[in-house]
Design a protein around this ligand. Structure first.
Ligand SMILES: *Cc1c(COP(=O)(O)O)cnc(C)c1O
Length: 396
């Protein structure tokens, strides 16, 4: 008794009951404070209780909560226009999650080739270590065996290639290739950045072969990288891009962005979503952009990130037995651990600091983008305390 659980036993959360949040801090039922460098996994970009977000949601709650896409939805054209004005894109399809945004991108890529007389171009080239979501198609795109096992036949049409192997990539392109799909910085895969030169190389390959370039910016997007979108560091543009996480600031929202020529392939009736782009989601997406598109906001993220990363780098010298490098872009940061990353995550949590484990034995540090100097100092204090405590257990 008392241990009854009626949710799927998929996650094993620590026994902490978070009851409120403020900025970059969370508080449990005993009012213990935690510095939050998980931020709902790069979702809560404006932290907790941001006044503009709270006001916007209250206002939206007094309006129409839901309207089918059979009708013109308030806020949709505004949010789509703002996303297009600030990116390569001309058209947007709204979803409720990152996986759905990627599903739409995958369908759009195939449909584009179908409509332009190349129905055999169906295969999507992806990279080892990728993560694109947990639906049947997106686990196939991610190619991670652990996520595919036991779920029946892997959806066809996804070819996973070694990370950074140009020859393998060139050899994989043929007349069945529809698109190349890549995260500019792999998040789940261990905060692995794709060099700008490689992204530009992918663009050239795509142009040469008439195939589409798709970016998954579900985690890297909406100023997380220190630019509005991570690829904007590198003078390269995709044909299709999936976003989610930060764009809703905590409200479930995703989007597939596309160039006109590509989006046009998705004509009436080709796709749909009951909830995607609903009025509440549009209000929250617009509220996030009200803040993120303010003059200087994105630059401020980058400025903070440079300082923060410098501090993290200094930890490498202090804890050479625990940490081996600092990586990432903007406030999507990772530290590669020399000891099991999940043990470090737990040791930091014991000191009131929340971080996230990622692939390649990395710990991910994803503070809300509104993190301030005092927060950053406190994060570092707790990080040192956690690393000291861990080191003491090793010595003992
Ligand atoms: C989180 C994530 C997804 C999946 O998003 P969901 O909202 O969980 O479906 C896809 N791609 C990347 C890069 C992500 O980080």
């Amino acid at each position: 008794m008392g241990k009854e659980q009626h949710t799927f036993d998929i996650y094993s959360p620590p026994k902490i009951e978070f009851v409120r949040g403020e900025g970059a801090r969370l508080y449990d039922a005993d009012n213990r404070e935690y510095m939050d460098c998980a931020a709902g996994i790069a979702v809560n970009c404006l932290g907790y209780g941001h006044p503009h977000m709270v006001e916007s949601l209250k206002k939206a709650a007094e309006g129409i909560w839901h309207l089918s896409n059979l009708f013109e939805i308030p806020g949709q054209q505004k949010l789509a226009t703002r996303l297009c004005d600030n990116t390569f894109a001309d058209r947007v399809f709204f979803t409720n999650s990152g996986a759905e945004a990627m599903e739409c991108a995958i369908k759009t890529a195939r449909r584009y080739h179908f409509e332009t007389g190349n129905p055999d171009r169906v295969n999507i080239l992806t990279f080892e270590g990728a993560f694109h979501g947990r639906t049947i198609a997106t686990v196939a795109a991610g190619g991670n065996e652990k996520y595919l096992e036991g779920f029946g036949p892997k959806a066809p049409g996804f070819i996973s290639l070694p990370f950074g192997d140009h020859e393998a990539l060139k050899a994989a392109i043929d007349e069945t290739t529809a698109a190349i799909l890549v995260e500019p910085v792999q998040g789940e895969g261990g905060v692995r950045e794709v060099p700008g030169q490689c992204l530009r190389g992918l663009r050239e390959l795509c142009d040469e072969h008439g195939i589409l370039l798709m970016f998954d910016e579900v985690q890297t997007g909406v100023a997380r990288s220190g630019k509005l979108f991570a690829h904007q560091w590198h003078d390269v543009e995709p044909d299709l891009m999936g976003i989610a996480k930060g764009i809703g600031g905590g409200f479930p929202l995703g989007a597939c962005l596309a160039r006109e020529e590509v989006a046009i392939a998705m004509g009436p009736g080709t796709h749909g979503s009951t909830y995607g782009g609903n009025p509440l989601a549009m209000a929250m997406g617009n509220a996030v952009l009200d803040v993120v598109l303010e003059d200087g906001f994105v630059e401020s993220v980058n400025d903070k990130a440079i300082v923060f990363r410098q501090y993290l780098s200094e930890l490498l010298d202090t804890y050479p037995d625990l940490l081996e490098d600092v990586r990432g872009s903007g406030l999507l940061l990772g530290m590669k651990a020399k000891v099991p990353n999940v043990e470090l995550v737990a040791a930091l949590r014991d000191q009131g600091l929340l971080v996230v484990a990622a692939g390649s034995n990395v710990i991910r540090i994803l503070p809300p983008l509104v993190v301030n100097d005092e927060d950053m100092r406190e994060i570092l204090n707790r990080m040192r305390a956690g690393l000291d405590a861990y080191q003491a257990t090793m010595a003992g």
